[in-house]
Write a protein that binds this ligand. Structure first.
Ligand SMILES: C[S@@+](CC[C@H](N)C(=O)[O-])C[C@H]1O[C@@H](n2cnc3c(N)ncnc32)[C@H](O)[C@@H]1O
Length: 253
């Protein structure tokens, strides 16, 4: 299989951005509590993962692991994680953190659309942003299904679909719809950024089902009260009114 057409640009852009993700990555590696996304929503409240004791001894794959902190948290739960990512600079950061924090697991340079693993190799697959945003869902979701065992779970966090609909090319999400819902998937925000994928809800449900999954939950994250934060593309004020992030939980039949 040849590389997807977007991947060279993605790799180059993430190579450049990796410096900005180094210190946040280190902080996340040191974090004891599992949290989700940009608002650090606690897993203890969202319960996206179910019983954490389940993870002991389970084989897990992180699709687009970046600096690898999610895999480090899986390791602390007693699981056997493997992180894959196509960007060497991000994997280099993850390797440094493995030494610093004394946690080792396989880190493999690969794209989520073509995984170097046999069918039914894993009990659990996860992507927090990663493949969930920067890989074509029509390719990576069937591939995740292939490497999961029957009964295995797929959990991924991505931007809420309203965020994509309300965000112009530059600046944070607005109170208006600025792009079409029908036909949305691949989005180029600016020339300097990697292209992203934001498949709407109905097509995502059908894709997961067609790929052999049952959908167990869709958790829409609300920004917490009392903290005013402004990211380039979202404000906490916006994200208290509409879901800026969502977690999909699906099980392979
Ligand atoms: C934001 S990081 C995700 C890691 C971490 N959860 C975080 O939020 O920092 C995004 C990662 O997705 C990776 N990525 C981009 N395209 C990918 C693809 N096609 N397959 C797998 N990973 C990909 C990038 O290389 C980057 O390291």
């Amino acid at each position: 299989m040849t590389e997807p057409d977007y991947l060279a640009r993605t790799r180059e852009a993430w190579g450049k951005m990796s410096e900005d993700f180094f210190e946040p990555g280190r902080r996340a590696w040191g974090q004891k509590e599992w949290t989700w996304g940009i608002w650090n929503a606690p897993e203890s409240e969202l319960k996206a993962l179910g019983d954490l004791a389940w993870f002991k001894g389970k084989r897990c794959i992180e699709l687009g692991c970046g600096t690898g902190y999610i895999s480090a948290w899986l390791n602390r739960l007693g699981a056997y994680p493997t992180g894959i990512d196509p960007t060497p600079e991000q994997l280099a950061s993850a390797r440094l953190f493995q030494k610093e924090f004394g946690i080792e697991f396989p880190l493999i340079e690969a794209c989520a659309e073509k995984l170097p693993f046999d069918d039914a190799s894993f009990d659990f697959a996860i992507s927090e942003y990663g493949a969930a945003i920067w890989s074509d869902p029509h390719q990576w979701i069937p591939e995740a299904s292939r490497v999961l065992k029957p009964g295995g779970r797929l959990v991924f966090l991505r931007n809420g679909i309203l965020t994509s609909l309300c965000t112009p090319s530059t600046g944070p999400a607005t109170n208006s719809l600025v792009r079409d819902y029908f036909g949305m998937n691949r989005i180029e925000w600016t020339e300097n950024e990697p292209e992203e994928f934001h498949l709407p809800t109905g097509p995502m449900i059908r894709l997961l089902r067609d790929s052999g999954f049952e959908i167990e939950n869709l958790i829409e994250i609300q920004a917490p009260d009392g903290k005013e934060i402004r990211f380039e593309y979202i404000t906490s004020e916006w994200a208290r009114r509409w879901p800026s992030e969502e977690i999909w939980i699906a099980r392979k039949k």
